[in-house]
Design a protein around this ligand. Structure first.
Ligand code: NAD
Length: 504
């Protein structure tokens, strides 16, 4: 059923503060129209700060995916025929529109996800920065050409794949889609995006802004829902490639399912990031940075510090970290947890560690924010965790920093290397030699030196190793462009050349 009330003006999100605000029902965006799920099924979208439903989201299945893919397939020939430079112009306009609406996008993200205003704004600004990569592509990717023999020229063009799909997690509803859309669209693909059913509104706004920026209907479609929608997308014969970002468990399943069908898949998973602190580290820089890494976004980000490995005597730095964690004001310095199930999961990890003899140096259990009856946990530090304990090696995905104490840097590196994940690792030191020694040995795709969230900014690409990523290459930067394209090699001759060799 078409919903005609969903025009841009009616869908403005008016909140400019944390006070609870109801919003619209989020339908699927297909060929430039809002459509309810064919089954009529919806789920509540709950504001994590307040714990109250702010709207609903369509829970889609096969029929909805079929419709969205058909729309994308129909839009493909004409979008593909649009020159690179013209396709990029849509993203330039999109950038301006996102800048115009940055406050609205920020507050919407804060309400659906529970982030603080500053965190939400940071992630919207990062989404805008990701667009720049798409804008730059026409100036970056002119294919090489060469006279390879007498009268023979070889050249390369980067061709789109067709209809592509992206499946994204709850923690960055506006930014993670922008890891995929700019490169995929400028390359000439059409797209079906499946947002997290917990935070569908960011993608809904992106779809509206893309239309306002001049993107033809059908080039980007948004299908909401959960596992059935993802499986229908992976299995759909017209989906040529899929980017996935989420937990390792699901990334593995989705990667295996798509690869078995011969599809191009790039699936980013979870993380357990280690920050190694040695005695010569700068106490102020280190403590501030570790706290920001562990507790921003309430620890719900794949680049968050979840383990700090304390090498030797770094007690003064640990004391500073604990003091800074205790000083944080819940609700303003740190946001909410996504839902009650997550609060219970995180709490279980803390309880279990405590039962195993770990010291709960800072205890966030039971924390609350007056007037905000949602899902909360305060910053937590577990001291003297052993590497094999669940809190020492599993992804908790919450505001919990596990401190593991070791005597040597080699022991710290061995612990980091043993972990199956490989998203990020960082060393905190004032010695260039120590930094280099550690960085060369970390088994992680994104490494930091005195940087707690070593997210490579554009044009450097984002991507972990090991169980943090399944598939080849990174998801952003030039690798992202290569993922959504295939190179066509053309060998040309325009005249008969009597000097031609057999290779001509
Ligand atoms: P999730 O794996 O539960 O969900 C991710 C997406 O998959 C959602 O769109 C969801 O609807 C869908 N999904 C859920 N279960 C599915 C199933 N069985 N089959 C098919 N699809 C399914 O992840 P989440 O809780 O939304 O996000 C948090 C996780 O994402 C964390 O593990 C975090 O580390 C990870 N993450 C990783 C990166 C990265 O770059 N590596 C970035 C952000 C988040």
């Amino acid at each position: 059923m078409t919903n005609t009330t969903h025009d841009s003006a009616a869908m403005r999100f008016p909140a400019r503060g944390y006070a609870f605000q109801k919003y619209v029902d989020c339908h699927n965006w297909i060929a430039g129209d809002w459509r309810e799920a064919a089954s009529g099924e919806n789920a509540a979208v709950v504001n994590p700060r307040h714990g109250w439903p702010m709207g609903t989201v369509a829970m889609s299945g096969h029929a909805d995916v079929d419709r969205a893919v058909a729309a994308a397939k129909e839009a493909f020939p004409s979008w593909r025929a649009t020159p690179y430079k013209e396709r990029a112009q849509v993203l330039y306009r999109m950038k301006a529109l996102m800048e115009r609406d940055v406050e609205e996008l920020t507050w919407l993200l804060s309400h659906e996800n529970g982030k603080t205003y500053a965190e939400a704004k940071g992630s919207v600004l990062k989404a805008i920065e990701c667009l720049e990569m798409g804008c730059s592509l026409p100036n970056m990717i002119g294919g090489p050409q060469l006279d390879v023999s007498r009268g023979i020229n070889c050249s390369v063009t980067h061709e789109p794949l067709g209809v592509c799909a992206g499946v994204v997690p709850f923690n960055f509803p506006t930014m993670v889609p922008m890891w995929m859309l700019p490169q995929a669209l400028v390359a000439g693909n059409t797209f079906v995006l499946k947002p997290s059913e917990q935070v569908p509104f960011g993608a809904m706004k992106l779809a509206l802004l893309l239309r306002e920026a001049g993107l033809p209907d059908g080039v980007v479609n948004v299908v909401n829902g959960a596992r059935p929608a993802v499986e229908a997308l992976v299995d759909h014969p017209d989906i040529k490639a899929m980017g996935f970002v989420g937990s390792t468990r699901v990334a593995k399943l989705v990667y295996a399912r798509g690869s078995a069908l011969g599809k191009r898949m790039l699936c980013l998973g979870g993380a357990k990031n280690h920050l190694v602190v040695v005695p010569d580290a700068d106490p102020e820089l280190t403590s501030t940075t570790v706290v920001a890494s562990a507790y921003a976004c309430a620890g719900q980000r794949c680049m968050a510090a979840s383990v700090m490995i304390a090498v030797g005597d770094v007690q003064p730095i640990i004391d500073k970290i604990a003091a800074k964690a205790r000083e944080m004001t819940l609700g303003t310095d740190m946001g909410a947890i996504i839902n009650q199930t997550a609060v219970e999961r995180i709490t279980r990890y803390i309880d279990e560690a405590e039962r195993a003899g770990v010291k709960v140096l800072v205890d966030g259990r039971g924390a609350a924010v007056p007037g905000n009856p949602g899902y909360w946990l305060g910053p937590t530090i577990l001291d003297d965790v052993k590497p094999g304990m669940p809190a020492g090696c599993e992804e908790i995905f919450g505001p919990v920093l596990s401190i593991i104490r070791v005597r040597t840097l080699d022991e710290a590196i061995a612990i980091e290397n043993d972990n199956p994940y490989g998203n990020a690792a960082a060393i905190f030191t004032t010695s260039g030699g120590t930094a280099r020694y550690a960085i060369e040995r970390f088994d992680a795709g994104m490494c930091g030196i005195n940087v707690g969230v070593p997210v490579p900014r554009e044009p450097f690409a984002f991507g972990g190793w090991n169980d943090s990523k399944f598939g080849h290459g990174d998801i952003t930067g030039e690798d992202g462009f290569r993922f959504w394209t295939r190179p066509r090699k053309v060998t040309a001759r325009w005249e008969h050349n009597p000097d031609a060799t057999w290779m001509s």
